[in-house]
Design a protein around this ligand. Sequence first.
Ligand SMILES: N[C@@H](CCC[C@H](N)C(=O)O)C(=O)O
Length: 290
Amino acid sequence: MNSTPLAFLKGHGTENDFVILPDPENAVDLTAALVARVCDRRAGIGGDGVLHVVRSAAHPEARHMAGEAEWFMDYRNADGSVAEMCGNGVRVFARYLEHAGHATAGDLAVATRAGVKLVHLAKDGDVTVSMGRAVLPDAGVTVTVDGRSWPARNVNMGNPHAVAFVDDLAHAGHLRAEPAYAPAAVYPDGVNIEFVADRGPRHVAMRVHERGAAETRSCGTGACAVAVAAARRDGVDPAVTGAPVTYTVDVLGGTLVITERPDGRVEMTGPAVIVAEGHIDPAWLSESAV
Ligand SMILES: N[C@@H](CCC[C@H](N)C(=O)O)C(=O)O
């Protein structure tokens, strides 16, 4: 029986919401069942995922990054599965480090399973993260909802995405179930699927079905994948033009601004908010361990 109350915070970035579990020495046995229970919106705290905050030196997957980044974002999806990267999550993670006094406004390095990400905490409240380079494998993918199919762009932002351009975001349907995609072999570990509609020059809107979480109100890596896919569709590649390109991406929970630089680095700016903090009841926690 676990009798120690577990501290938590709740935060969100464009309404992609997370339960933050500070655990500097990696002492919590964070099983998939515990994550799923914590993220349960009726029986738990509720969230699209968990940001497990661990010192890099204390985590076997992050020890090699400890010299560059003191803190490791051990990201888990709401169903308990492990993900490589979360773009909204890393902004909220940085906001938590500031809130807890582990960081101040300015630049900060955060270790993730997709490598070290550089985050800038601005004094005005927005947080910018340098997400690294998008990888666009050639493989053609098709996404299908309710008998309607679209070609999708395969984009890897550290985690896998399929980006489909649609005339109307309503065509994505209710998104409670994962859309079908083919060939399945392109995504052996599953995929996040974005549906994108144009809103104006360099301005798009998207909905997303997230791997491990169903439809969410925002996905940061997804917004980056969408911006890069939109640029290529529009015939723009900063590596060729030598000039950065910026897209505004509307998500259900707000707006993200994405810039791709000539060297391929993708930067994302958006809000990151801490909304509550407290302790998980130890009795409830021990039930989760059963
Ligand atoms: N919401 C996140 C992505 C979280 C991980 C994703 N569901 C996956 O499994 O790859 C974001 O903001 O990027």
